[in-house]
Design a protein around this ligand. Structure first.
Ligand code: GTR
Length: 415
């Protein structure tokens, strides 16, 4: 009897001390609180931005710098040498409809080396392919049943483990190329592992070498996407005007940051990126800035932690991240059961960002009601959907991204 009581008390203690999402997060819309968003269209010194020139010359650089200094950080200057080696290539992928190429990208600086392994599929018979660049969580071989895909060096998962997230057949059949890499190649998703990142090439070997505004994992993964684009832009059959960076969840945050920084990307897609991705930080709903900084202190720059107590003191909010992508197309996708990522906050953020698109004469989401589940809402260059289901990337998501890309990229000109 006494033993049972001890076990019961012990179990109760464990349950109370393990933080779960639902225990600490608010999911009640009436408790979101009131907040005032920083205005993307007012400069730091209070001037209204009313045209493209003011946006591009003054306000956009201001916002970019605010994100660099306060949230994602920047990478130190470094002269990194890059080389490419095709390690495998075949014309017979997916029953012969695609070319598979696996490329090792080697980065060198100051006697330090790091490599990334890129898996690229290109549809045959398309002279200029639009391309998706999208990092993966578990290694290249986990994205497909294709037995010829080389296992990424730091992968610990079995082949095809996350193949459901990669609609390669659909992508190829639609005439798009796709490039992926294991995010661990660039930065291990763990604390105190700076040696297992590209950072030693930037002269950073431990946390002690980090400045307040030094970017960490999210900035590094974004950097990795840009390095893949560098390579893709050397290929004749890649359409340089139609390059898309897409990421899921933490890699959705990285994709947004990459697209904000690297304007060579012509479209940016955030899949369930949530807190510090597409969702507004000032809404107290689902994951919060303080929670994300406490659980993942290696994702954002150190300065970001100083906003844990008072998120309203952040000089930016996430709608301004989306606005940095303007006027290029941006797509934000949520999932109904992924309340942790605050789907409605993702929508509100895009709606607010779309005001900047108006400077380019594009339609905005102003006045649009929150769309029903599985009914995408596309206006101008802004796309949104909330689908049924959990935090994941599904074939439905890919179907929407491709349709949206087709509409934006080709409806005006045709193929
Ligand atoms: C969660 C994290 C989210 C999201 C997600 C993921 O644990 O709280 O911000 O990034 O991980 O990457 O799957």
């Amino acid at each position: 009897m006494r033993n049972n009581l001890v076990i019961f008390l012990w179990a109760a203690f464990i349950l109370m001390s393990v933080p779960t999402h639902s225990q600490e997060a608010n999911y009640d819309e009436s408790k979101v609180g009131t907040y005032i968003l920083p205005d993307a269209l007012t400069t730091n010194d209070g001037k209204k931005v009313t045209n493209q020139q003011q946006w591009e010359k003054t306000r956009r650089p201001e916002i970019l710098k605010l994100f660099q200094d306060n949230e994602y950080g920047i990478l130190p200057e470094a002269k990194i040498q890059t080389s490419y080696r095709v390690v495998e290539e075949s014309e017979g992928a997916f029953g012969g409809k695609a070319i598979r190429r696996q490329v090792e990208i080697t980065f060198n600086n100051d006697g330090k080396t790091r490599q990334m392994l890129v898996l690229l599929y290109m549809p045959k018979g398309v002279k200029k392919c639009p391309v998706f660049v999208s990092p993966n969580f578990q290694g290249n071989a986990t994205t497909t049943t294709d037995p010829a895909v080389i296992e990424s060096p730091f992968s610990t998962h079995e082949r095809a483990h996350q193949a459901s997230r990669w609609s390669y057949n659909r992508i190829i059949d639609s005439g798009y190329a796709v490039a992926t890499f294991h995010y661990y190649d660039i930065y291990f998703d763990k604390d105190n592992m700076l040696s297992e990142t590209i950072y030693p090439l930037f002269g950073i070997n431990s946390n002690a070498d980090l400045q307040d505004n030094t970017g960490k994992a999210i900035a590094a993964w974004a950097w990795g996407c840009s390095r893949v684009l560098d390579y893709l832009l050397t290929l004749r059959n890649i359409d340089k005007q139609r390059t898309i960076v897409m990421g899921h969840s933490r890699l959705g945050k990285a994709a947004l940051w990459c697209g904000a920084m690297d304007q060579r990307f012509s479209m940016v897609i955030s899949n369930n990126s949530g807190c510090s991705g597409a969702a507004l930080s000032r809404r107290n709903y689902g994951e919060t800035v303080s929670r994300i900084n406490n659980v993942f202190p290696w994702w954002f720059c150190n300065k970001y932690q100083s906003y844990n107590r008072d998120v309203s003191s952040l000089p930016i909010d996430q709608h301004e991240l989306l606005a940095l992508i303007a006027p290029r197309p941006v797509y934000v996708a949520s999932a109904q059961e992924d309340q942790w990522a605050d789907p409605y906050g993702e929508f509100l953020s895009l709606q607010e960002a779309s005001k900047v698109y108006a400077l380019y004469g594009l339609e905005t989401l102003e006045g649009c009601a929150y769309p029903a589940v599985n009914e995408p809402l596309w206006k101008g260059n802004c796309g949104y959907h909330i689908r049924t289901g959990i935090h994941d990337v599904t074939d439905y998501d890919w179907q929407c991204y491709i349709k949206f890309a087709e509409k934006i990229f080709f409806s005006a000109y045709g193929r």
